[in-house]
Design a protein around this ligand. Sequence first.
Ligand code: URA
Length: 434
Amino acid sequence: MRAIDIIEKKRDGYELSTEEIEFFIQAYTRGDIPDYQAAAWLMAVCLRGMSNRETRDLTLAMTRSGDMLDLSDVAPIVADKHSSGGVGDKVTLVVAPIVAACGLPVGKMTGRGLGFTGGTVDKLESIPGFRTDLSAAEFKAQLARIGLVITGQSVNLAPADRKLYALRDVTGTVSALPLIVSSIMSKKLAGGANVILLDVKVGSGAFMKTVEEATALAEAMVQLGRDLGRRVGALVSDMNQPLGWAVGNVLEVREALDVLHEGGPPDLREHCLVVAAEMLVLSGRAADSAEGLAMATRAIADGSAWRKFRAMVAAQGGDVRFVDEPDRLPRAPIVEAVLAPADGYLQKVDAAQVGLAVVDLGGGREKKEDLIDHSVGVIVRYKVGDAVQKGTPLCTIYASDRARLERARARLLAAHTIGPEPVPPLPLFYKKIA
Ligand code: URA
């Protein structure tokens, strides 16, 4: 087989065979196909699309390109969740311990933040000592012992995706549906969980900008996961404003702990309870969403979810004094409010710009290799639809230097639209694909 024939076949709109897709992906992962040929092939896929069969074959080829975790000797059912990425999305930190406390083991490999989106690994690393580089053996041992593990992708999961994603990023080929589906699902399948809840975000702080696009992505991933024998469900959720109030690593950990202690922002709390409930339903632990919600609510109220989080931190080398007393977590030296410039209603937030304000502060990455300052971030004070009073704090900035603070302040002011007309609050969810 030759790469050029496969590129030309896709360019001309033909369906690729299972063998051709397998050949292309494995040869590219090994380095036998150069980036320029892979880039041409990606563009052909972008323009010509892929059938469901081709997308499934591509996903499987990418899944097989590296290590695949087999968790069947740990527990018969292991759950995972995936968010398509957002701003202030600390849902995993709350949901995973809730679900684990309800007796459903959760094993999750997750990523770092890039651009305006935050990453769960970065958030967890704001807890001093917390390890996110567990080996496959450590991952499985902890899952067996406490039923909860969240680590970085230290295992070689879907290396084809790592190479292809970097290439897509610089060749205008990120947005093709079969490429997104295979990218997300190959990592989930290789991670070994058999219950997978997908939280597909839509809006100004998300990758998908319309509910239609997000629904198409969610439906394609659910169908593919089911075809491959996993129990998969999806929620299409709003990301037209940050989720909760906190954006930035330490601030988000603190907010997640507040929710686990029955406090925190109402939108975040409700979002987490719904996601946890759907995971419990998918696994069969709850008969329906109402029972799932009741179980999740109880796990917060009786402290078992918080204890599960604490047990995970201890198991992964984190210093639990920071969980017991979150005031000990590092705090940025400069704390300053951004005052509302006018009276009115908060009509719109550009959530991606709020995420980028945190990058301005040093709390996120422009490039993969960038080091980050976990202590900096932003607390937003208003949700879309709220009445805003001129001169009251619109946001609070946590910064480590003044020049960065001023950059973030300008961006935050521009990201908030205040107008005289009242607007309705935004929904938390648009759709459930069950
Ligand atoms: N997230 C991924 O992991 N892959 C994509 O292609 C898009 C979002």
